[in-house]
Design a protein around this ligand. Structure first.
Ligand SMILES: [Zn+2]
Length: 72
């Protein structure tokens, strides 16, 4: 990677984390509007309340696959 490519990559990462932080602060899934829940298995892992199979969702409802990572 050239220096410019590295800078570009870092800028993209920063933008992605900034977006993730904004979504987590808002506390709602951008896809379906359900409350987000922290998954304690990994630091900074948040999932839609409707994430997962029926019976394993935080909130029963139509399946939603939204998940996101913050810096912690
Ligand atoms: Zn959702």
């Amino acid at each position: 990677m050239t220096r410019a490519q590295k800078a570009e990559y870092k800028a993209q990462q920063d933008a992605r984390y900034a977006e993730a932080a904004r979504i987590v602060v808002a506390g709602a899934c951008p896809d379906c509007g359900t409350k987000l829940h922290r998954n304690l298995s990994l630091t900074g892992w948040w999932q839609c309340g409707h994430f997962g199979s029926p019976g394993f969702q935080k909130e029963p409802g139509p399946n939603c696959n939204f998940q996101i990572f913050t810096r912690g």
